[in-house]
Design a protein around this ligand. Structure first.
Ligand code: AMP
Length: 470
């Protein structure tokens, strides 16, 4: 089995990974890291929970480790764009963790909070900046940051960027970056607009892919409970009182629904909090911290708020309401099977949701087992589902499909994207990621432990490179 050492990562990183208790790279890490170290652009098809953050953070840190140059004032060497503040914070924490034995400067930039501390962090120049597009553009427009020295760009959760309307800002930012940079794009799904973006941003990319959509679903014990809408509250209360439920994320479709469910749970004596886009950044972070520490057992969330939340040991995901996009179901249940752990996903389905359930089964290519023994079982809903009737759910026009089974995405709009070895195949680890026959010239170069010879920018000798933590 490949180890992190086999991948050729610098020692300070290996020590940090050991301290984290990571013994072996995950499949996406095994595939992506060698390509990135060699300087290739990479198109990564992977969702959160696959270890993709380390897959892009480690090669960047490896370069920082082998290179004494530091960023000049107000410049950025490695830029990571991500759609949400929560993801930005998580990725920034990832860099702090994996880079704990290195001295480097980083900044985390997102909206909804004062810009003062972010501007100060940028003043001296940063080696790594994790940013949401809106705030970054604000700072650029005010002249607080200059992207002309960016050596590598990571675009994380590109499909979510699309859903959130960030494609245009991303293009605007990318247009200001040096063309010789290395670029990495990660997306869980590949709708056409993301494929177009990929071909705009990436040069002759190597494609790496893990297909957790079906394999995630396989690792999780799923069940659906047919229930009338009125009984959902009591069903949830009884379920969460179960001793085996240590930490549960409860999903609703709307922010209002999330608040209501959290309030009802609190009234029923179950410590709960809600997390959604209407809450302030501080309130969201407080809710996440309380959930992580176990002070709050149930976190009620909407899809957007929960996307990418990285919390280990979530024992249960409860779909209080089924999502109207089947892909969201896969993302939701994936919250309970992080990094290989197993979990339980329970979905409530009322009469108006049977069509959603059908779409979900089609997407995951398996039936969701039914539990008809529970105290609030609604037989008419079960019969409606079995009958195949019920109006089909509406889909958002931009929604992309995850790649399940053999159904491949339409090429990423990029004939050059090569499949890498063992793409897919539920749970199988790919063999050595060093694909042969990669003919890409080293134009975008500077991979490996080298100093990226051809690069002239960002060499500011004045940077003292103290690592900014927390
Ligand atoms: P991500 O997909 O980047 O959100 O990572 C999902 C989770 O997997 C995070 O909690 C990471 O800390 C964890 N993780 C990442 N890489 C590894 C690894 N090689 N071994 C064990 N856990 C990992």
């Amino acid at each position: 089995m490949t180890s992190f050492k086999d991948l050729g990562l610098a020692e300070p990183l290996i020590f940090a990974l050991e301290a984290e208790g990571y013994t072996n790279p995950t499949p996406i890490q095994e595939q992506a890291i060698p390509q990135l170290l060699e300087g290739h652009d990479v198109l990564g098809i992977a969702q959160t929970g696959t270890g993709k953050t380390a897959a892009f953070a480690l090669p960047i840190l490896h370069r920082i480790a082998g290179d004494k140059r530091r960023a000049a004032p107000r410049t950025v060497r490695h830029l990571i764009l991500t759609p949400t503040r929560e993801l930005a914070v998580q990725i920034n924490d990832g860099f702090a963790t994996y880079g704990r034995n290195l001295r480097f400067r980083r900044a985390c930039v997102f909206g909804g909070v004062g810009q003062g501390p972010q501007v100060r962090a940028l003043n001296g120049g940063v080696d790594v900046m994790v940013a949401t597009p809106g705030r970054l553009i604000d700072l650029m427009d005010q002249g607080f940051v200059n992207l002309s020295a960016v050596e590598s760009l990571v675009l994380d959760e590109a499909d979510r960027m699309l859903d959130m309307g960030f494609i245009h800002p991303v293009r605007k930012i990318a247009a200001l970056l040096p063309s010789g940079r290395q670029t990495l794009l990660f997306s869980a799904t590949m709708p056409k607009a993301v494929a177009d973006l990929a071909s705009f941003l990436l040069r002759d990319p190597v494609r790496v892919e893990v297909t957790p959509v079906s394999s995630t679903a396989e690792r999780i014990a799923q069940k659906v409970l047919f229930v009338s809408r009125e009984d959902k509250r009591n069903l949830l209360r009884d379920l969460l009182r179960g001793k085996d439920v240590e930490r549960a994320i409860v999903f609703t479709r709307t922010k209002h629904g999330a608040n209501r469910v959290a309030e009802q749970l609190a009234k029923d004596g179950i410590p709960a909090d809600a997390i959604h886009g209407n809450k302030s950044q501080n309130a969201r972070q407080r809710a996440l911290d309380a959930f992580r520490s176990g002070e709050v057992r149930a976190l009620v969330a909407t899809d957007i708020a929960a996307r990418g939340i990285d919390i280990d040991n979530v024992t249960h995901v409860v779909n209080f309401e089924l999502p109207n996009e089947p892909e969201s179901y896969v993302h939701r249940i994936g919250r309970t099977a992080r990094a290989g752990a197993e979990g339980i996903a329970v979905s409530f389905c009322d009469a108006e949701e049977v069509a959603y359930l059908r779409q979900i089964e089609k997407t995951i290519q398996q039936p969701v087992p039914q539990d008809i023994e529970h105290g609030y079982h609604a037989e008419p809903v079960a019969r409606l589902f079995a009958s195949g009737k019920g109006s089909p759910p509406k889909r958002k026009p931009s929604g992309g499909r995850p790649f399940v089974g053999g159904s491949r995405p339409q090429g990423a709009g990029n004939g050059a994207a090569r499949p890498q070895g063992a793409a897919g195949a539920g749970g199988n680890r790919p063999k050595g990621a060093g694909g042969g026959g990669l003919q890409r010239s080293a134009a975008a170069g500077n991979g490996g432990g080298g100093n990226g010879g051809q690069r002239r920018h960002g060499a500011g000798p004045g940077g003292h490179g103290h690592s900014k933590r927390g």
